[in-house]
Design a binder for this molecule. Structure first.
Ligand SMILES: Cc1cc2nc3c(=O)[nH]c(=O)nc-3n(C[C@H](O)[C@H](O)[C@H](O)COP(=O)(O)OP(=O)(O)OC[C@H]3O[C@@H](n4cnc5c(N)ncnc54)[C@H](O)[C@@H]3O)c2cc1C
Length: 486
């Protein structure tokens, strides 16, 4: 494979931490580095009560909340928790994510997960880089009923949102952005507690919190397998030796299928749906590649509201509205775009966003990960598509194409059989957080995990996401959208 070098294409890929390490290689394959400097990692101890695998959003949040809960409840010490990552914080999807924090899901059970998560984001917005600007989703008439259902469910879950339709929707959008082109925008949902977070900042903040609560952070050590004793993990095998443990938490992002298999989980299964139909022998994991990118804002153009505030994150799905290129050819037969202000990411005033990911199949090259992998970069049509959708929606964003930030973009994720997270034990003492690539925003799952593991108390928010839903007919998947994330 033709791999890029550290500064190979002349782009500022390793921002914003000037001393972020350059990628190293393992067996000749580039390793995606941590997005924060890693200087004070701990050695691998011989044993620990809790071993958390993966220092992405879920592993770091779990380790931090476990340590804090052990200390506060008197049931243990922060140092009972060992966090292992083969690189360091943010070396997986978390370091690349767009950072959108929203509750726009047609799967109602997720609304409580997001309510629990936004409470964590709100608990320290500065050190998590959380900008609570709100989230505005827009659809056509064909999604109006879905929006109404979603709005009711969100509000029942303690996640306030407003719903607007028809001329009310247009008035609301024009009030926010007077140059907004409201044609085809039939229904609008405004989530107040949502927003976006700087991906690198939250990695830094969570890593520091782990440190403060005494978590032993073992970075630059890869897990190579699990020693099983009956149905339980007795020890975790790593490149730095073996560590005995009472309990494992896996937050391994796109690497989850590998850990799941090591832990004895099945890779395909019969999937039973609520309407009684069954899909036999379905793959549990499907990899998808993401289409995302960034665009600078030209001088004099901003992404602010009419009253000068940082604008809400915007999500627009117009399933019946095609997008055309400058040559008059249709790029896609629908609009699907999400966008947020992203100066901290772009390195200048700018926007970051994306569109619907593309399925790869049940196998994918996970190494090298992210921007380092030549196979899964955003397609050539994406920059024009993204800029055109913005120009279709805002007068101020017409003609943004020359300002697109040309650099590597993308990343892959492991999605589950119904594209909804699995939060469950795969072995008696191995808890897996498989977020189906939804989960940068789901920072609260680590807190719920701590409640479960420290107090042996299964939070109601996690209950619907057990693996047994596929056998019992509780499989999710009832969504009226082109996108597996909705
Ligand atoms: C381009 C892109 C944009 C996205 N945008 C958003 C968004 O806007 N909002 C949102 O909510 N979600 C978004 N997502 C999804 C979200 O980023 C992921 O769902 C989430 O970050 C996954 O977190 P994680 O902790 O499970 O995994 P990761 O962040 O991938 O972390 C897993 C960690 O495990 C480590 N690891 C793996 N295997 C081993 C091993 N054997 N030994 C030791 N360490 C190991 C890796 O080094 C890595 O650091 C996006 C994803 C991508 C790729």
């Amino acid at each position: 494979m033709n791999q890029i070098g550290y500064t190979g294409d002349g782009q500022n890929q390793w921002y914003p931490f000037m001393d972020r390490s350059a990628p190293s290689t393992v067996d000749g394959v580039l390793q995606n580095p941590a997005v924060v400097p890693v200087r004070d990692a701990d050695p691998l101890p011989e044993g620990a009560r809790f071993v958390v695998v993966g220092a992405g959003i879920h592993g770091l949040s779990s380790a931090y909340h476990l340590a804090m809960e052990l200390e506060r409840s008197g049931k243990g010490k922060g140092s009972d928790v060992v966090l292992i990552d083969k690189a360091g914080p943010g070396a997986g999807a978390t370091g690349l994510a767009c950072g959108c924090v929203r509750n726009f899901y047609m799967t109602g059970a997720l609304h409580a997960i997001l309510r629990a998560s936004v409470e964590v984001w709100e608990s320290d917005p500065i050190n998590f880089g959380f900008q609570q600007v709100g989230y505005v989703s827009i659809g056509e008439e064909n999604q109006a009923e879905d929006y109404a259902r979603l709005h009711a469910s969100q509000n029942e879950s303690g996640y306030p949102s407003d719903l607007y339709t028809g001329t009310d929707a247009h008035r609301f959008l024009k009030g926010l952005w007077p140059d907004f082109k409201t044609g085809n925008c039939d229904v609008v949902l405004h989530e107040h507690r949502s927003g976006y977070a700087g991906t690198h900042i939250v990695m830094w903040g969570l890593d520091q919190k782990c440190r403060q609560w005494g978590v032993r952070r073992v970075y630059g050590t890869a897990v190579t397998g699990y020693q099983m004793d009956g149905g339980s993990v007795a020890a975790v095998e790593t490149t730095s030796g073996t560590i005995r443990c009472d309990q494992v938490v896996v937050g391994a992002g796109a690497w989850t299928p590998q850990h799941w298999t090591w832990l004895g989980g099945p890779s395909n299964l019969d999937v039973h749906y609520p309407d009684g139909h069954v899909e036999a022998g379905k793959d549990l994991w499907t990899y998808w590649r993401l289409l995302e990118g960034e665009v600078y804002l030209p001088s004099g153009v901003d992404y602010r509201t009419a009253d000068g505030k940082d604008a809400p994150v915007l999500h627009v799905e117009l399933m019946n509205t095609p997008v055309y290129g400058d040559d008059g050819e249709m790029i896609q037969d629908h609009v699907y775009t999400y966008t947020r202000y992203a100066a901290e990411r772009v390195g200048a005033p700018g926007l970051q966003g994306g569109t619907i990911p593309i399925p790869i199949g049940s196998a994918a090259e996970v190494e090298p990960y992210g921007h380092l992998n030549d196979l899964y970069q955003a397609d050539d049509w994406f920059p024009e598509y993204y800029c055109k959708t913005l120009g279709m929606l805002f007068e101020r964003f017409e003609g943004l194409e020359p300002f697109y930030k040309q650099r590597r973009n993308g990343g892959i994720g492991a999605f589950t059989a119904d594209n909804v997270p699995i939060f469950d034990f795969v072995a008696d003492n191995a808890w897996v957080i498989a977020d189906s690539n939804h989960g940068f925003k789901m920072i609260g799952v680590g807190k719920l995990t701590a409640q479960l593991l420290v107090h042996d108390d299964m939070p109601f928010e996690l209950k619907p996401f057990g693996f047994d839903r596929y056998a019992s007919g509780g499989t999710f998947g009832d969504r009226n959208s082109n996108c597996p994330w909705v």
